[in-house]
Every structure is written in C-alpha cells, then in structure tokens.
Design a protein around this ligand. Structure first.
Ligand code: PGA
Length: 255
C-alpha cells in the first residue's frame, strides 16, 4: 500500500450485531488496542448504536459510521434514515451499496448512486461497496461488473468530492463465507477500479483514492492482503466484532 499517497482505512462493518450497551463495551475494549494505529479506524454500527458508540469513541482515534442512508432528507419513507439524520447524530461515515443491501433489500446501482449523492451532500464520508457474484467471476466479467457499479455510483460526483469516498471491493462470494480472495485477486480488481478512477478523474485522483478489500478479512490473512500495492485497507465484517481480532488487522495496516 502506498501510504505516501493515501492513508489506510480499516473499517468494521458490524452489520446487525450489538445492542447499544454491547457497542459501548466493544468500543471501550478497542480504544487501548488501536490508540497508536497508523491508519484510520472506523466502526460502522447499527443505527440504534450510533449515539452510544459516538459518545464512547469521543476524543479517541475511532470514527463512527452507519451502514446505509436514504437519499431524501425527510418524508414518508417508513423504516429509513436520512443522511442528514446521521450527520446530526455525529456519524462521520456511511457504508453504501453493501452486497447484503443489494441482495436482500433491493438496493441497485441507481439507488446506490442516489444514496451516495445524498451522503456527500450531507457531509458524510462514503464507503462505497462494489463486487461480483461467484457466477460473474466464473463468467470472466468481474472487471466489467465492478466498473459499471463504480461508474454509476459516481455519476455526478465531482473530482473534489472524491476525498470523501472510499471504495470497498467486496467479492460477494467472499463475504461471511470464510473464503477470501487471494491477495492477487484482490489487488487485480482494486487496480481495475483505480484505473477506472484515472480514466474518469485523472491519475492524481486515482493515486489518492482509498480502495479497500472486504470479504472474510481476518487477523490471519490481513497482512498479506494489505501488503498489495492497490489494497489500501479493509472493510471487516465478522472479525470486527471481537476487539482483539479487529485490532490485529489495524496493526497489520499500520506497518
Ligand atoms: P466479512 O464481511 O468480513 O464477515 O466477510 C465483510 C463485509 O460484509 O463487509
């Protein structure tokens, strides 16, 4: 990873885990373990945990984010939360377009684009998730799929806004399955995304873009993945729920 060009970002995606009390416990366990991190440390928590997690992380190097937001500021959207609401409660980051949202909750490239736009407008940092299904990899169309997902999500995003976007390449077949992409596979797709950013915005923008890998990243495989030149961090699901495991990944990114 080229730290002179871009900081590593290790983000936990807690998914639908932890009550507010449990969130505070986990954040408090994490604080001493990651306090000397030489990378950005983020925890993306369930909506109901945001307030407690933000309070617990105050004054530390742990940043707190959410896992989704709606594109409208307010209105008749039962069950949704707007980007403005996240900002108002003190969230700094939001994950957009996670494959579980796409597969289980009907998110698609166009809604991902709208959510991204809204999050940027609200002053949030976006962790934009892209990634192929196993069948798509087997058909040899991984690069095309990821390029299209990225291109649509970034429609209307200006170059100067890119500093507020992180892209997370997450092959769907590697999420929560224990199957990790090899370091070479991860780097190949991350590089294809960086090449797309160069095409769309220029080489300087591509060099500055933080592109994570996600999908069964853990304490055992993080170092090899993070050593790849185009892997600038990780989006961590399962291994973010245990302070010790997560802190080992943070330590690997800090080397
Ligand atoms: P996992 O999840 O680390 O449990 O595979 C990653 C993610 O879904 O972001």
């Amino acid at each position: 990873m080229n730290k002179s060009l871009r900081p590593a970002v290790i983000a936990g995606n807690w998914k639908m885990n932890k009550t507010p009390d449990e969130a505070v416990t986990l954040i408090k366990e994490l604080i001493p373990l990651v306090k000397d991190a030489d990378c950005e440390v983020v925890a993306c928590v369930p909506f109901v945990d945001l307030h407690a997690a933000i309070e617990a992380a105050k004054g530390t190097n742990i940043k707190i984010g959410a896992q989704n937001c709606h594109w409208e500021k307010s209105g008749a959207f039962t069950g949704e939360v707007s980007a403005e609401m996240l900002k108002a409660v003190g969230a700094e980051y939001v994950i957009i377009g996670h494959s579980e949202r796409r597969t289980l909750f009907g998110d698609n490239d166009l809604t991902v684009q709208k959510r991204t736009r809204a999050a940027l407008n609200a002053g949030l940092k976006v962790i934009l998730c892209v990634g192929e299904y196993l069948e798509q990899r087997e058909q040899g169309i991984t690069t095309e799929v990821v390029r299209i997902q990225t291109k649509i999500a970034l429609l209307g995003v200006a170059k100067e806004e890119l500093k507020n976007i992180i892209i997370a390449y997450e092959p769907v077949w590697a999420i929560g399955t224990g199957k990790t992409a090899t370091a070479e596979q991860a780097n190949e797709v991350n590089k294809a995304i960086r090449d797309l950013i160069a095409e769309l915005y220029g080489k300087d923008a591509a060099d500055a873009m933080v592109i994570q890998y996600g999908g069964s990243m853990n304490a055992g495989n993080a170092e090899e993945l993070l050593a790849q030149p185009d892997v600038d961090g990780g989006l961590i699901g399962g291994a973010s729920l245990k302070a010790e495991d997560f802190s080992k990944i943070v330590a690997a990114a800090s080397k």
